[in-house]
Design a protein around this ligand. Structure first.
Ligand code: FEO
Length: 462
């Protein structure tokens, strides 16, 4: 059950291929997940985190097969949420005096969840260290609000492993443990879904924390999160990606989301999608019926988008409940840097579009005035309003598109040192750059994926 990850450090967690939801039913799991716990066996023996409550007895029994529990010198509780602390009750019944290192807030959350059990807490804060022998030590870094007040990370010197807890993780089962062994498409899909649905509300905090981590200059060689794959090859790739995601992220995508009663609002949704493609062929367009499709997946697509169109018919002077629920969740996620439009059908009073616009504004979107309100089913006059809505949503200015400009923005650029060609039609998906992104729109800190030089070393291809 113990799996070696580096030096004298092993993974002792639980991979759950059958898990379907998380946080109650609020987060959908499509590709399994894991709770990662780690065992450090230096002169001192250290357990970093545990696994979720339902697996606590199996966890303790498995651990007993690997070591004498009484040899555990220290337990590190990076986070009090029960997917990582849930086995402590069973474990501490066996070794009640073992010191537990955690933040002050974690003491509150652990005692709040499991009661005051007289556990031997040692409260730590950023910069505190714990000697574990063989010339190695643990350095604690508070990760307050990433994503709970009690969260922290632990850095192990010598092997230079950052046990990052929830940060940099994914709800994704990887039997081989390592990111470089995982299906890359699924890995990044799950990483951005996790970021969107769990961490994006704290993007501002995250940006500051990444700067703080940078100043600490920890020589990170491996990032071992508490869910999903361990980052072993170029572990900082996920840190760089987090920096991009936390900075009002958007790709050249527009997402259309709707619910419908008698198909009228659905017709408008698809008309808007067709018009986006017509006006901007390089823009990725996705359409979701939020009553039928997974809300976490929809949120991830909204996170990637530069704009959304949201539709609901009017029902009892309001909007459909699936759309209302989506808006409530969207407000929590605190998206930035996105435009939005409302649309919908009505039969009698027709408030839905105004309500959608007001609630989208509350969610932090830049809401455009252009909209489509269709009495009963959409007719020619309603469809005639779609181009203006889309033009405004895409923020296309009045001047006709200049072909020279279009050609320029889709030009390929060549890396001077290594010859890599950046093709806007392909983008650089491994670095989070979507197909259709012009070279000019690449982030300033984007680097050549082959040799790592910056944008200034590129020249336009002949
Ligand atoms: Fe994975 Fe916040 O628990």
């Amino acid at each position: 059950m113990k799996k070696h990850i580096k030096g004298n450090v092993s993974w002792v967690g639980y991979i759950d291929w059958e898990l379907e939801t998380f946080h109650g039913d609020d987060y959908s799991i499509m590709n399994g997940s894991s709770q990662n716990a780690y065992l450090i066996e230096e002169e001192k023996t250290v357990l970093v985190d545990t696994v979720w409550v339902p697996h606590r007895f199996e966890f303790v029994e498995n651990l007993k097969k690997e070591i004498d529990l009484h040899k555990i010198d220290y337990i590190i509780a990076n986070h009090g949420e029960c997917d990582h602390s849930g086995s402590l009750t069973a474990l501490m019944d066996e070794i009640p005096d073992t010191p537990i290192y955690c933040t002050a807030a974690a003491v509150k959350s652990l005692e709040g969840q499991y009661g005051k059990r007289g556990w031997n807490f040692h409260v730590v804060k950023t910069g505190d260290t714990l000697d574990i022998g063989n010339g190695k030590k643990l350095i604690f870094v508070e990760m307050k609000m990433l994503h709970w007040p009690d969260s922290m990370a632990t850095f192990m010197t010598g092997d230079n492993i950052l046990f990052s807890n929830d940060a940099f993780g994914q709800h994704f089962a990887v039997e081989e443990l390592f990111a470089d062994k995982a299906d890359q498409c699924l890995l990044w899909k799950e990483a951005i879904k996790y970021f969107t649905n769990i961490l994006n509300p704290f993007a501002n905090v995250l940006t500051k924390k990444l700067e703080e981590l940078d100043k600490l200059a920890l020589p990170i060689e491996m990032i071992a999160p508490s869910h999903g794959a361990i980052w072993r090859e170029d572990p900082m790739q996920i840190v760089r990606q987090y920096a991009l995601w936390a900075d009002a992220y958007q790709e050249n995508q527009v997402t259309v989301v709707y619910d419908t009663m008698w198909e009228g609002t659905a017709k408008l949704a698809h008309a808007i999608a067709r018009e986006i493609s017509a006006q901007s062929p390089n823009t990725v367009v996705k359409v979701f019926n939020c009553a039928k499709q997974d809300k976490n997946e929809i949120m991830t697509e909204i996170f990637k988008s530069k704009a959304i169109a949201l539709g609901s018919p009017t029902v009892v002077n309001s909007i459909l409940s699936s759309v209302a629920g989506l808006l409530e969740f969207m407000k929590q996620l605190k998206f930035k840097n996105k435009r939005a439009a409302g649309f919908g059908c009505y039969g009698w009073s027709g408030e839905s579009v105004k309500l959608l616009q007001a609630r989208l504004a509350e969610c932090g979107f830049e809401v455009i005035e252009e909209n489509v309100r269709s009495l009963w089913n959409p007719e020619e006059g309603d469809y005639a309003q779609v181009p203006a809505l889309v033009k405004s949503l895409l923020n296309i200015q009045d001047e006709p598109e200049n072909n020279d400009t279009e050609d320029k923005t889709m030009s390929k650029y060549v890396c001077g040192p290594c010859g890599y060609v950046y093709d806007p039609a392909v983008g650089d998906p491994d670095s989070g750059i979507a197909p259709g992104t012009p070279f000019e729109a690449l982030p300033d800190d984007w680097c050549c994926p082959i040799c790592g030089v910056g944008k200034d070393m590129f020249e336009k291809a002949e």
